[in-house]
Ligand binder design. Structure first.
Ligand code: AHR
Length: 325
């Protein structure tokens, strides 16, 4: 009799594990109430994308019943970790965290979990070998960065007119998930066509100024470069400035391709200076509200709440400029 009961319990646990119920039970609960103290720990505010993301959280706050505690780590992963510490001390109910880099932000995720605070990673992720959605945090809300890089490469393969594509790659913040994944997606896809060669790949930290400076340096060592792949629009715009200063003609003798969909990038595409940007949306506020409410109502949240991205080229850039940031 006892043996049969044990077997039945084991079978039940197995079925629960398969359905994700066991996982959900380990996660901190979130009660349903009218107002929540919500933490949003931004990493930096040095580009339009980050500013638009913060604004999206601020604009969502009232409608979603959030008393928003938001911080700006000014580009320091260490400060972002201590910002999360101070939010935990202030007794937030929920944490939304865009981790600047994959490894240095792991302690923030683990501490929030230990404090019983439901945490959602927004737009960037942490090292998936150490921290997992559905176990250490609730879910990741964001784009498929590998796919973004792949789509830029596929567009380049289809649209580059020359015989030999000599590519300079401007990488995002070293150790961040978009820099790692956008590089992987692009480099693997472009390698399928032997017309193309990546001759240099260097970080410009997702910043316009650094993109310009790195491009200036790389132009000295690779004056024959005729394609620039930037991991975000800010660096692409910086690269366009460097190219023009060097007497090059972006859009004519150099193809510039990128990711994000900022106003300046859509303008550059309309002006013929840039070829393509694959969208990466910063407008996470409404999605964060929806996912938090679903979680509070007891729903099991999918580990990756995926954001679908559009593509902007000369065919549609002008018509989307007014909605850009
Ligand atoms: O994590 C998304 C990236 O971070 C955006 O592409 C970039 O512009 C931002 O800083």
């Amino acid at each position: 009799m006892r043996r049969r009961m044990l077997l039945t319990t084991a079978a039940l646990l197995g079925a629960m594990a398969l359905s994700g119920l066991v996982q959900a039970q380990n996660l901190p609960p979130l009660e349903q109430k009218d107002r929540y103290k919500v933490g949003f720990a931004q990493m930096e505010s040095n580009n339009p994308w980050r500013i638009a993301e913060t604004k999206s959280f601020q604009e969502t706050a009232e409608a979603c019943g959030w008393d928003l505690v938001s911080t700006d780590a000014a580009g320091s992963a260490a400060k972002q970790v201590s910002d999360v510490d101070s939010m935990i001390a202030q007794g937030i109910d929920v944490l939304f965290l865009p981790p600047r880099e994959e490894k240095p932000l792991l302690p923030a995720v683990m501490k929030a979990q230990a404090a019983g605070i439901p945490t959602f990673l927004v737009d960037r992720s942490v090292d998936p070998n150490v921290a997992k959605a559905g176990e250490h945090y609730i879910a990741f809300l964001g784009s498929d960065f590998v796919d973004q890089g792949r789509r830029v490469a596929e567009w380049t393969i289809e649209n580059f007119k020359g015989d030999k594509g000599i590519i300079v790659e401007l990488e995002g913040t070293t150790g961040s998930s978009p820099a790692n994944d956008r590089k992987k997606g692009f480099d693997e896809a472009i390698a399928a066509d032997d017309r193309f060669e990546i001759v240099a790949s260097q970080s410009g930290d997702f910043a316009r100024d650094q993109g310009r400076q790195v491009m200036e340096t790389l132009l000295q060592s690779h004056p024959d470069a005729n394609i620039v792949y930037a991991h975000n629009d800010e660096m692409a715009i910086g690269a366009i400035q460097a190219l023009e200063l060097a007497g090059r003609k972006p859009g004519e003798d150099v193809l510039v391709v990128s990711i994000d969909g900022t106003r300046d990038a859509l303008q550059a595409i309309t002006d013929g200076k840039m070829g393509v940007t694959v969208e990466s949306s910063p407008f996470f506020g409404p999605l964060a509200c929806d996912v938090m409410k679903r979680y509070a109502s007891g729903e099991t949240i999918e580990p990756w709440v995926k954001v679908e991205d559009r593509i902007f080229t000369k065919e549609n850039a002008a018509e989307h400029i007014d909605e850009a940031y």
